[in-house]
Design a protein around this ligand. Structure first.
Ligand SMILES: N[C@@H](CCC(=O)N[C@@H](CS)C(=O)NCC(=O)O)C(=O)O
Length: 202
């Protein structure tokens, strides 16, 4: 069995779990729930960067970060989610980077908001907020790309990122002023890979 270092509220781990479902390989993976913020965490034994997700293969190889893990797992499932080299691939990978970048900015913003008053930087939080807003506007403009053809890693990455905004920054109301993206999200939110990986509310 492969082992996946996983946290239910991590949007990157959720994206990987969505790929697992889409590729139909859930029975080949053992989930190892990991709290990377615990002072006693041993995540550093598997990922020197101290982050989830990380995937340990049966031969002892470890893969990170999430784009690498997703491409590997997709290859086991027949490679439907990553188009071959060409414009469709560069588009899918760039949209994945955009979605992951939303998660990066949202995680930074959340962590900053949880720091002690004197350590917290409002301007840093605002920088992350603006990055998220611009990225959402870019997704609204790219909705046609998202809809083109069968689902790709871009579909799953964007779903995971928007799901994370709903979890952590619902008050920002990302759907407002972005009707195309909102409709696209709603249409894809019924996929099993999305509903089965929903994080617990907290
Ligand atoms: N680029 C990484 C990002 C992973 C990441 O930032 N994971 C967060 C959880 S949402 C984490 O483990 N953070 C711990 C830390 O930064 O020390 C990926 O795509 O896998």
């Amino acid at each position: 069995m492969m082992k996946l270092r996983f946290a239910a509220t991590s949007p990157y781990a959720r994206k990987v779990a969505m790929v697992v479902h889409e590729a139909g390989i859930a029975d080949r993976i053992e989930i190892v729930v990991t709290d990377v913020w615990s002072p006693t965490t041993d995540i550093g034994d598997d990922n020197p960067l101290g982050k989830v997700p990380a995937l340990m293969l049966e031969d002892g190889t470890t893969l990170y970060d999430s784009p690498v893990i997703c491409e590997y797992l997709d290859s086991l499932g027949g490679g439907q989610l990553f188009p071959p080299p060409g414009p469709a691939r560069w588009r899918a990978l760039t949209l994945q980077a955009l979605a992951d970048g939303i998660c990066d900015a949202a995680v930074q913003r959340l962590l900053e908001s949880r720091r002690a008053e004197g350590e917290r930087s409002p301007s840093w939080m605002e920088r992350q907020r603006r990055a998220i807003e611009r990225a959402l506007d870019a997704l609204e403009a790219s909705a046609a790309d998202l809809d083109a053809g069968p689902i790709t890693i871009a579909t799953l990455a964007v779903q995971a990122a928007l799901g994370y905004l709903d979890l952590r920054f619902a008050a920002d109301a990302w759907r407002q002023g972005r009707p195309v993206l909102a409709a696209w999200f709603a249409a894809n939110a019924t996929r099993d890979s999305f509903t089965l990986t929903r994080p617990p509310a907290q």
